[in-house]
Design a protein around this ligand. Sequence first.
Ligand code: ADP
Ligand code: MG
Length: 271
Amino acid sequence: MAKVFVVTSGKGGVGKTTITANLGCTLAKFGEKVCVIDADIGLKNLDVVLGLENRVVYTLLDVVNGRVNAHEALVRHKQLRNLYLLAASQIATKEMISPEDMKAIVKELYPKFDYVLIDSPAGIERGFRNAVASADSVLIVTTPEVPAISDADRVIGLLENFGFAEKSMKVVLNRFKVKMVKAGDMLTREDVQSTLALEIIGVVPDSEDVIIATNKGLPVVLNGSVDVSKVFENIARRLKGEEVSIDEDLFRSSKTGIMALIKKLLGKKRG
Ligand SMILES: Nc1ncnc2c1ncn2[C@@H]1O[C@H](COP(=O)(O)OP(=O)(O)O)[C@@H](O)[C@H]1O
Ligand SMILES: [Mg+2]
């Protein structure tokens, strides 16, 4: 039986799709059988981030409408053969799919997988409720900025009302900038932890490599920065129940910061 995680946030654009794609790839690299589901209906971009948009034939909506079953709708990743995607439909609206539909789909899939990761829309409307309905655990993505954190806090309250226990909710702190934290210009991991009062399961550095990789349709863990990849490996290990210190992630973040600085200096010299 798979572990079913929903990746969500309060604020939009904080990195849910990036985290879902890279974590999915990393777990698959570790030999786990992984299904990622794009429940951000109407926007659809998990397929693009994974470089699979040309291979999508059926979507979540086709499964809901009974045209195909969930397994028939899956797209297999090109390099990572034990990673599968269930894509979102661009033409569908969130109202065309109900939380019960999502539950039925995940129920059909989870006996065949080790992990199911659901990429959710931000916020609190129907799409969000669809995405969380079928999950047993939640990864809440936030950046270390006050508006993102306060929206995350609101969503955590909502998830509690939906019945999620504290231990089934973890925070992924994304786009962390060690330099700014050191200068006192950004919230620290401790600040975030004490505001949200949940375990932080990963600190992902802010990295140009993530943006470059996304634009190429190859997640950063398959394509770019060793340090960012290492952070996703740490998160995957923690999900699997291993003890990996969060300081490992912060060390990688500071290395990423130094690399960015060196690149910038070299670029300036050349220019
Ligand atoms: N760690 C990171 N470093 C740099 N850019 C990032 C990082 N995480 C996400 N991004 C960028 O932020 C933007 C929004 O990310 P995305 O994953 O689409 O967010 P969401 O799914 O929450 O809307 C994308 O352009 C993505 O490349
Ligand atoms: Mg997204």
